[in-house]
Design a binder for this molecule. Structure first.
Ligand code: PRT
Ligand code: ZN
Length: 214
């Protein structure tokens, strides 16, 4: 990999993919994203695009395997990787919230004391509980979090919410928002001078695109 090219990691397929590709294209960067490709070269900018699972992006950027990445702040913060968040991108807005069964008479965060909470975000949840002096059991699971209370796996959940309909359809209500998120651009701390320059050019273009939209 040469030091004069920017390698940009984006989500291969998921909620961030379309807007990430759109942003890169709106910045005037052209590339062929033929179906199934995991890596492609830009044709008019010294950049290469990698298509990855979103959870892998912060680690690749920390290691300098990718120089830039587009991920949800929730994923980047949870990963606690040593990367720079260089710009907020304004799409994929969502929140990380705690939900409890609708019939639960919830009065405040202290109600979670001694309870078990299912989540895929143990770090962010742990920080929140600690900051609120609540001691609860964090039950880490990898998916389908919202089903946990209704099957007796946990008393509460902590998961990403956007419209709220998933909580609702699982008999849950949102009681605390612990983190607000949107897509962000993260950068490696090991950029060459040329790469830093390319990043500055890219950020300039992104900001122009954002201004034009507002
Ligand atoms: O395969 P890969 O690992 O790359 O993707 P993924 O399945 O882990 O992530 P993906 O594509 O689902 O989400 C990517 C990012 O989009 C997340 O990290 C968030 O930053 C952001 N985002 C925005 C969301 C949502 N909105 C969202 N609604 N991520 C997940 N959800 C899920 C949530 O987990 C819950 O199950 O949607 C459900 C809730 O949605 P509502 O509308 O019913 O409240
Ligand atoms: Zn993921």
């Amino acid at each position: 990999m040469n030091n004069n090219t920017l390698r940009i990691a984006i989500q291969k397929s998921g909620r961030l993919s379309e807007d990430s590709l759109k942003l890169i294209k709106e910045c005037g960067i052209r590339f062929d994203n033929g179906a199934g490709k995991l890596k492609t070269d830009a044709t008019n900018f010294p950049a290469e695009i990698l298509f990855l699972r979103d959870d892998d992006i912060p680690g690749y950027v920390e290691d300098g395997v990718a120089h830039l990445g587009i991920v949800g702040e929730n994923v980047s913060e949870e990963s606690s990787r040593n990367v720079d968040t260089v710009h907020k991108l304004g799409f994929s807005k969502c929140r990380l919230s705690i939900g409890v069964l609708r019939e639960h008479d919830y009065t405040g965060v202290q109600d979670l004391e001694g309870k078990s909470i299912a989540t895929t975000y143990p770090r962010l949840l742990g920080q929140y509980l600690k900051a609120n002096n609540v001691s609860a059991q964090i039950h880490e699971i990898s998916g389908s979090v919202e089903i946990a209370p209704s099957i007796g796996l946990a008393d509460a959940v902590c998961d990403i919410v956007s419209s709220g309909s998933t909580l609702l359809s699982n008999g849950l209500k949102e009681v605390e928002t612990i983190f607000r998120s949107e897509a962000v651009m993260i950068a490696s701390k090991q950029l060459s001078e040329v790469q830093q320059n390319l990043l500055d050019q890219l950020l300039f273009r992104i900001k122009s695109v954002q201004v034009a939209k507002n």
